[in-house]
Write a protein that binds this ligand. Structure first.
Ligand SMILES: [Zn+2]
Length: 296
């Protein structure tokens, strides 16, 4: 029944805590879009920052996904095992003379309005103990988001040269995500709109590294009654694993889909089958229109 349409999607959580409703929404959206297109759905654990990742979290996330019927294709890609690939990408950018060392603090940049002005570009600092930034250009990056519509961003004006290797020696999210989306052959990225603002940086890196450009769809981010994104920082509760079907139905509601009420007495598998068949990305709202007082 599944045709191979070439669609490859993914869910890429960072294991900073157990799965909460906000991450279930992103997982469900990317899963349903992939299955609706008879595509593959891959899983990637973005575990590059061990200090922020309790050792049990990755296993908890995988178990929670399984329990919700969100079964992924192929092996899980762990970013912590991909450091050589990120180092290779940095090497490529270094050969292009795109990188420079920077010792500016976050506070300095915030005091200057939050956009890095490139002041270290010509300082020829040594790499030791410094961050590595990539030099951006004064061009506008545009793309058509399948949910959020037409987007454009000038990296120079809105963001500035950005960090690819942190002062503490960790590879930055922006670099790793681009290298791994290419490695996994991802054609379609469906993720939370808190990452919409990162997309121009990622497209810029894809261009420099000559990697394919995936399509993007940014789903609304779940917020609590105070309008804060659900995250561990804002004390989003882990999902109640005894309430799998109600959670999935709430995620579908949140995504603007209209699940049949009778599904409440079905299994997770049945909810997802219905969801994949009826998935309508046009119905996904740009902004959250459900606030989750009871979950956050
Ligand atoms: Zn600097």
């Amino acid at each position: 029944m599944r045709r191979n349409t070439g669609y490859i999607g993914r869910f890429a959580p960072s294991p900073s805590g157990p799965l909460h409703f906000g991450s279930l929404v992103a997982a469900t959206a990317s899963f349903l879009d992939a299955r609706h297109h008879h595509g593959k759905w891959l899983l990637r654990m973005e575990d590059l920052d061990p200090a922020r990742e309790p050792p049990e979290a990755a296993g908890q996330i995988l178990a929670a996904l399984e329990l919700h019927g969100l079964h992924w294709d192929g092996p899980v890609l762990f970013q912590s095992r991909r450091l050589d690939a990120y180092a290779d990408a940095l090497k490529t950018l270094e050969i292009q003379q795109r990188l420079f060392a920077c010792t500016c603090s976050r506070q300095q940049i915030q005091a200057d309005g939050g956009v890095y002005d490139g002041r270290c570009r010509f300082r020829k600092l040594s790499h030791a103990g410094a961050a590595l930034r990539v030099r951006v250009e004064d061009t506008v990056i545009t793309f058509d988001d399948r949910i959020q519509g037409s987007q454009s961003q000038s990296l120079e004006r809105d963001c500035g040269d950005f960090v690819l290797l942190r002062k503490d020696g960790l590879f930055a999210y922006q670099l790793a995500v681009v290298v791994d989306d290419a490695e996994q052959g991802i054609t379609d990225i469906v993720r939370g709109s808190d990452l919409l603002d990162s997309t121009a940086r990622q497209k810029f890196l894809q261009g420099l590294l000559q990697l394919p450009a995936p399509r993007y769809a940014h789903v609304p981010v779940a917020v609590n009654a105070r309008g804060q994104k659900l995250s561990k920082q804002h004390f989003a509760r882990p999902l109640d694993l005894a309430q799998v079907v109600p959670s999935l139905l709430l995620a579908l509601d949140f995504l603007g889909q209209r699940p049949e009420p009778a599904l409440i007495s079905g299994s997770a598998q049945e909810v997802l089958l219905w969801g994949a068949e009826h998935w309508d990305i046009q119905a996904v709202p740009k902004l959250a229109n459900i606030r989750l007082d009871d979950i956050a």
